[in-house]
Ligand binder design. Structure first.
Ligand code: ZN
Length: 251
């Protein structure tokens, strides 16, 4: 969603000014270098990879944004108020601006010559939505541990996140504590991940707009499984809260 918004509103406009409001957001780049790379340039394309956005500058370099947990790019129309926790602001000629809002500064802003090299250097695995089925099966099979932490391991698959990992496991009938899954169950999980992420994008990540057969609208203590009415269970796995249905999600 962030990528589509940026493509529609922030690309192809000449950059008038850069304002780094909080240098803690910068990763391996100085405010001066960032300004030098962006001022007078245009952003020409955008790629999303998990929680990262890469915006190509018309010089060939890329602006690398990591959204972290609380980071979000916001498009500002001329004269509109900027978000409270703006850490970086890019003003375009014509009056619109791009503000990178990040309450807790878990996000990052940097520059790179190649998003592929950037991701490889950080050991970030393929994006969940773009990952081929065979690559997913290869990453997940032959593992001894529980399936849920593997789905959250950014080195194996990027951008799934705790809530959507729970949803994909729910939809494919797999318990988050299941281990050593057979190929056909991993295939079902792969299909569920694709469907869940596409449905989420189509609903603009608004849980109220998700189908009632989804776990996410029911993901609260005391709620029942929308498939079979069984009380949902809540457990911690590798430090993350997991919800699942003990009836239809099998180990
Ligand atoms: Zn159930």
């Amino acid at each position: 969603m962030a990528r589509r918004l940026l493509e529609a509103r922030a690309l192809h406009q000449k950059i008038r000014a850069i304002d780094v409001r909080d240098s803690r957001i910068l990763n391996s780049v100085s405010a001066q270098d960032l300004e030098g790379a962006l001022a007078g340039r245009r952003l020409s394309s955008a790629i999303r990879h998990g929680k990262r956005l890469f915006l190509q500058i018309d010089s060939g370099l890329w602006l690398a944004l990591h959204l972290g947990l609380t980071g979000w790019p916001v498009i500002l129309e001329k004269g509109s108020a900027e978000p409270r926790h703006t850490r970086l602001r890019i003003d375009f000629e014509g009056g619109a601006a791009l503000a990178f809002d990040d309450l807790r500064i878990f996000g990052e802003v940097g520059l790179t010559a190649s998003p592929q090299d950037f991701l490889a250097r950080r050991g970030i695995g393929p994006d969940a939505l773009k990952m081929e089925k065979e690559a997913f099966l290869a990453a997940m099979s032959g593992r001894k541990g529980k399936i849920k932490p593997a789905l959250l391991d950014q080195g194996l698959i990027a951008g799934l996140g705790n809530l959507y990992a729970d949803e994909a496991l729910f939809q494919s009938g797999i318990c988050p504590q299941a281990r050593s899954l057979k190929r056909e169950r991993l295939e079902a999980l792969y299909s569920a991940i694709q469907e869940v992420l596409r449905t989420s994008l189509a609903s603009n990540a608004d849980f109220e707009k998700l189908p009632n057969s989804y776990l996410l609208p029911h993901r609260r203590p005391g709620e029942a499984c929308p498939w079979d009415g069984t009380a949902l269970q809540r457990i911690k796995i590798a430090g993350r809260t997991s919800y699942y249905c003990p009836q239809h999600q099998k180990k």
